[in-house]
Design a protein around this ligand. Structure first.
Ligand code: NAD
Length: 248
């Protein structure tokens, strides 16, 4: 029976690369997107071409009723849900905390923390053996910013990812006996479109060159680690915060 995963924010970047790799392993995938429906359909086509199955699900990963509907759609389409990749995330333009508005802070924490908690909560409800589930896996997409702090740029984003790391540790302990493994990947400077929305499209190239490996990473390189954490090859790995940061 194919394994079933919901990936949030999967129409581009790391989420889309993860979907494609899982497709090649025969997974069935709910491709969550918020706005770019055309890109979500492209991601679905890539998964199918790779050998898996997929369908697009519109929804805001930070909205409670959307999150419930997303999980319902995956279960009604594929009959079960075995895994969640909590990938949706945002940054805002680079600036010191003293200049950040309350609207910006609320938006960052809403999407990056509240959204991740809501999706993990729904996964816990449906996967926990004590609640009638059959176990599962959660992979949270954090960032090396959680330990670097991103001063003068994105201390809000860095703090939100710190919360994801702490959630990962807590949920790994809370859900271990429920048959659910919970881990995080912490990407470094990865060449995706998120840097453009942070107002610095060249950020990954510029700072990636200063990392020990001398270049930015690719979405595929992060996806490889996520796919491994989702797999049975990682069956004794839980509560891990795995850096995929080129040594940065
Ligand atoms: P990306 O911007 O290409 O992908 C993020 C996706 O999330 C986008 O498709 C976006 O539309 C979606 N999204 C945002 N808010 C959403 C919401 N409320 N509901 C549903 N979808 C939403 O960037 P990416 O680099 O692929 O980012 C994926 C994850 O990796 C993010 O959590 C990001 O913080 C993390 N990350 C990226 C880097 C990097 O250098 N690219 C580094 C560290 C961590």
């Amino acid at each position: 029976m194919p394994k079933v995963v919901l990936i949030t924010g999967a129409s581009r970047g790391i989420g889309r690369a993860t979907a494609k790799l899982l497709g090649a392993q025969g997974w069935s995938i709910g491709i969550n997107f918020m706005q770019n429906e055309a890109a979500a359909h492209e991601a679905v086509a890539e998964v199918r071409q790779a050998g898996g199955d997929a369908f697009p699900i519109r929804g805001d990963a930070a909205d409670e009723s959307d999150v419930l509907a997303m999980f319902d759609a995956v279960e009604s389409t594929f009959g079960r849900v075995d895994a969640l990749v909590n990938n949706a995330g945002i940054v805002a333009p680079s600036m010191p905390l003293a200049d950040m508005s309350i609207a910006r802070l609320k938006k960052i924490f809403d999407v990056n923390i509240l959204g991740a908690y809501l999706c993990a909560r729904e996964a816990a409800r449906r996967m926990s053996k004590g609640r009638g589930g059959h176990g599962g896996v959660i992979v949270n997409v954090s960032s090396i910013a959680s330990r670097l702090g991103s001063p003068h740029e994105y201390v809000d984003y860095a703090g939100s990812k710190g919360a994801i790391d702490t959630m990962t540790i807590g949920l790994a302990k809370e859900l271990g006996q429920e048959g659910v493994r919970v881990n995080a990947v912490r990407p470094g400077l990865i060449d995706t479109e998120i840097h453009a929305s942070g107002g610095r499209p060249d950020r990954a190239a510029m700072l990636g060159a200063q990392s020990p490996l001398g270049r930015p990473g690719t979405a595929d390189e992060v996806a490889e680690t996520i796919v491994w954490l989702l797999s049975d090859a990682a069956s004794y790995v839980t509560g891990a915060l795995l850096d995929v940061g080129g040594g940065r």
